[in-house]
Design a protein around this ligand. Structure first.
Ligand SMILES: [Zn+2]
Length: 184
């Protein structure tokens, strides 16, 4: 995994990249939840499922199909008054599916562990991107508060924090210009 902070940060940026009018508080809580939910699969270690198993860490819950199904489920139960077939419903599904999928994309940029089973359960190979600059994060909270954890955060600040910060500044400039246009 990359750290939960980075997953949540990327989810925030995805959310900021479009404009939403639905219940913002619930929207943001569920956005952050979707970005870290795939790592609930670390519980598989507790019940003896090996890392390389399709239900193991970075397996099915990190796949694109899971992201789509999870996105639909989040909208269905998180926004029960929104029809899935409506334009708003489709936009919300696209958002939450993308945020969930972003978790696997970020993990595939890390330099350790096994790769991500993007195509599970149809094809269970594990994949990394050809470029893996992000230092892999320790699994578990106690091991995160260590020298390794500090190094991970410093590394993520460089490879995730800076690009994300630049993207947010870009969004600010674009939306600022839009506001400027509508002023008399
Ligand atoms: Zn993960």
């Amino acid at each position: 995994m990359a750290s939960a902070f980075s997953h949540a940060l990327v989810a925030y940026v995805i959310g900021r990249s479009h404009l939403w009018t639905v219940n913002p508080k619930r929207f943001w809580i569920l956005t952050v939840f979707c970005s870290i939910a795939p790592d609930l699969d670390v519980l598989a270690f507790e019940v003896g499922i090996p890392y390389e198993h399709v239900l193991g860490h970075r397996g099915l819950t990190h796949s694109l199909l899971f992201a789509l199904v999870f996105g639909v489920g989040i909208v269905r139960f998180g926004f029960p008054t929104v029809l899935l077939k409506s334009t708003e419903g489709k936009k919300l599904v696209a958002h939450f599916s993308l945020v969930t999928a972003s978790h696997g994309f970020l993990d595939a940029l890390t330099n350790g562990g096994l790769g991500v089973a993007f195509f599970a359960p149809i094809e269970n190979s594990r994949y990394f991107f050809p470029w893996t600059p992000v230092k892999v994060s320790p699994i578990g909270i106690s091991s995160f508060f260590s020298e390794w954890g500090v190094q991970v955060l410093a590394n993520e600040l460089l490879w995730i924090g800076i690009p994300v910060g630049m993207w947010l500044i870009g969004i600010g400039l674009v939306s600022g210009r839009k506001e400027h246009h509508v002023r008399p």
